[in-house]
Design a protein around this ligand. Structure first.
Ligand SMILES: [Zn+2]
Length: 97
């Protein structure tokens, strides 16, 4: 995913357009792994293999996402870990370690 795409993406839940980009793994201007985080509704959206998974809560895959987030847990800011939807990232971390 091109970093500049962050400027035009909106949160699927509330259409908020100011999403924070947390980069885990990048290749020049491309984000291969990371998170998009909506500060308005505290939802996070994973970027897996360069693809932002921006779907409604009822289409999210907890198992798939928890495996991914566990892999990058050290790169996720604490305030997001303790304050996130649709899944609590701190809880994911505890259950898988
Ligand atoms: Zn939002």
């Amino acid at each position: 995913m091109k970093k500049t795409l962050t400027d035009i993406l909106v949160c699927p839940s509330d259409k908020h357009s100011d999403l924070n980009l947390i980069e885990f793994e990048t290749n020049s201007s491309d984000v291969k792994s990371g998170l998009l985080y909506c500060i308005k509704c505290i939802r996070y959206y994973p970027i897996i293999n360069g693809i932002p998974i921006m779907v409604p809560d009822n289409q999210r895959n907890f198992i798939h996402e928890s495996n991914f987030l566990t892999q990058w847990i050290d790169k996720i800011p604490d305030d997001i870990k303790s304050n996130s939807l649709p899944f609590n990232i701190n809880k994911i971390n505890r259950e898988s370690s």
